[in-house]
Ligand binder design. Structure first.
Ligand code: PEP
Ligand code: MN
Length: 365
């Protein structure tokens, strides 16, 4: 199935900005009119923020937590916009939210991770957006399912929305992790690979869940060529009514982003381009050698399969597999390769080797 997302053009000119990364900031939740306007003014003063966020309907994991101020917050957001001149956006989870936001003429909307998982909800939002021209940001679903994320983006696009962006906010997991939501970078990278024109924004706040990790995640996003960030900011983070541990003051936000190194996707420098090509052709050659060697290894595996078949010996030999794991990881570590990487490689190799031997053994002579 070819996706209409292939035809997307980047959000680049919205909202108007130079070639700096798009920065969306504001508190996790709109708490009071005063809090929101003061935050908006502080963020606008930095001249680095393009778009103000603020949640008014808050999806909370457990009951009895602060669930947002609701519709009255929309008026406060509009007043903040008047006061500081920045466009405002909030999270919508159903058609009623969309209608209320449109009535108050909000500038943009986002769909939260807990909503993206549900095609019924996303379709309801898409239907409410038909015939409307408003930018929509779609957060990744809480579970690491690329197709579900793509499906949500497609539903919004098929409602006629052209200014669409994807926000990467990490994925739920069970067990220990330094992150609140694991970044699993390969998923947004796969999204970008499939749809090169999609605007991709990183949300370090919800990935990290804590302040001290924000900078490294924000930097990684730039290293991977993301278009911008959504980062929560609060005047008094420790006393925020939601997501206190991950919020930073506007000053800390700007200080943190100032230390981020922004890389360009390309360079016109002739010497650089030449050196890049030289290095790439060396890599091409090594990749070819690796593939040749893998082919050679698999041919030996086939021979091994025939040999075991003749002797009626089982394919899987636990001692041999343990020996392979031990000797190869030891060598790999001596060469500075990570254990995680080599184990993944060996697992794939072993799987393919078993598949090959199974085919040989079951072949009728
Ligand atoms: C939020 O942005 O405050 C929020 C609830 O985000 P997410 O959907 O990523 O959990
Ligand atoms: Mn939040």
């Amino acid at each position: 199935m070819t996706s209409s997302l292939l035809a997307l053009s980047p959000l680049n000119n919205w909202p108007e900005r130079s070639d700096t990364p798009l920065l969306i900031s504001g508190p996790c939740s709109v708490e009071s009119e005063k809090q929101y306007i003061q935050t908006a003014v502080a963020l606008a003063k930095t001249s680095k923020v393009h778009l103000l966020r603020g949640g008014i309907w808050k999806p909370r994991t457990r009951p009895n937590a602060f669930e947002g101020v609701g519709e009255k917050g929309l008026e406060w957001m509009v007043n903040a916009r008047k006061e500081c001149g920045l466009p405002v956006m909030t999270e919508v989870a159903n058609a009623e939210h969309v209608e209320k936001c449109l009535k108050h003429e909000l500038d943009a909307l986002w769909i939260g991770a807990r909503t993206t998982v549900n095609p019924f909800s996303v379709q309801e939002i898409a239907d409410a957006l038909k015939g409307v021209d408003i930018p929509v940001f779609v957060k990744n679903p809480v579970n690491p399912d690329l197709q579900l994320w793509i499906g949500a983006l497609e539903r919004i696009q098929q409602a006629g929305i052209n200014r669409i962006a994807a926000i990467h906010r990490g994925f739920s997991h069970f067990g220990d992790s330094i992150y609140r939501n694991k970044p699993t970078w390969e998923i947004p990278i796969a999204l970008r690979t499939a749809y090169p024109n999609i605007t991709l924004i990183c949300d370090p706040s919800h990935i990290c869940g804590r302040r001290d990790l924000l900078q490294s995640v924000a930097q990684k996003a730039m290293d991977l060529g993301y278009d911008g960030w959504m980062i929560e900011s609060h005047l008094d983070p420790d006393n925020a009514l939601s997501d206190a541990a991950q919020q930073v003051t506007p000053e800390v936000l700007i200080e943190m982003l100032a230390s981020i190194h922004i890389r360009q996707a390309q360079s016109d420098d002739i010497a650089f381009v030449h050196e890049l090509q030289t290095l790439r052709s060396r890599i091409d050659k090594v990749d070819e050698e690796i593939i040749q060697l893998l082919g050679k290894r698999m041919r030996i595996t086939e021979e091994l399969g025939r040999f075991k078949k003749d002797e009626s010996v089982t394919i899987f030999q636990i001692d041999r597999w343990k020996e392979i794991l031990e000797t190869r990881t030891m060598l790999a570590e001596q060469l500075g390769l990570s254990k995680e990487f080599i184990l993944k490689y060996l697992e794939q190799l072993h799987k393919e080797s078993i598949r090959t031997q199974t085919r040989v053994m079951n072949k009728r002579d």
